[in-house]
Every structure is written in C-alpha cells, then in structure tokens.
Design a protein around this ligand. Sequence first.
Ligand code: CMP
Length: 141
Amino acid sequence: PKLDVRFDVAELVRRVPLFAELPAERVATIATLLRAQLALPGETIVRKGERGDAMFFIASGAVEVLVPVLAEPVKLGTGDFFGEMALLSRQRRNADVRALGYCQLLVLDEKDFRRLVQKDADLQSHIQAVAEARRQPTQSS
Ligand code: CMP
C-alpha cells in the first residue's frame, strides 16, 4: 500500500532544475499536474518489465536504478527524474528503481506527460536527451 502524504507540491517542483527556471505561473500550472508520493526506504518504485504509466521527479532523497547491463546500480538524487523511457519508447520498464531512503517524489501521469511535452518543446528535448544518454550502455546517468 502506498503511503500518501500531502506536501506543498509547488515548493517541491522548484527543487527540480528542469522546472526551477520557469516563471511562477508555469510552475503553478505544472504543480497541478504533479502528485506528491513518499517512497519508503527499500521500496521498489518502478519494476522492470512492467508497463509504464507515469514518470517520476525526485524532490528529495535518492534512488538506485538497477540497469541490467551495468555491474553497479546507477544512483539518482534530488532534481533527477526516472521512468521517462517507457513513456517515450512505449516499451516496458527497462530497470528496477528502488528508494535508497525516504524519497519525496513527484509523479506525472502519462496523459499529463504527453500534454506537457506537446506544449513545451524545450522540456521534451531535455527529457529526450537524458533518455537517449541512458540508452547508451556505457553511459550511466
Ligand atoms: P523506464 O524504462 O520507464 O523505467 C526504468 C527507468 O530507469 C528508466 O525509465 C530510466 O528512467 C531509468 N534508467 C534506465 N537506464 C538508466 C541508466 N543507464 N542511467 C540512469 N537511469 C536509467
């Protein structure tokens, strides 16, 4: 069962570099699309092989990505995002993502993701570039 805790979403949104530079009204709009979720230490947030219906921004905390072809897990922290690859490629989750401690996450559902990137070309190309880099087996971030 997911533990649902209320956070000030707009405050959390500002911790994500991708959004931090945006004008306050854009942040407010994006905040309405994001849902705050607390992940517990050790919790598997995304499971390899599952269908992806959302992506996640880390407002605080850290996660590890268990990339099948890499010997070491990839660590992501505050301001990073994950779960974008399944949405972009329309393929299944390609790795497990596990919380390393308590993590404040911002969840963006697939339909809102599609709407958001359709309206914001910069946002789309940024997320795409990160996903592209992650697709290279030698690249770890
Ligand atoms: P997705 O495939 O939806 O679910 C697993 C996620 O792990 C994936 O999206 C990426 O966000 C993340 N991921 C996969 N490979 C890497 C990598 N090499 N480095 C960092 N994150 C990754």
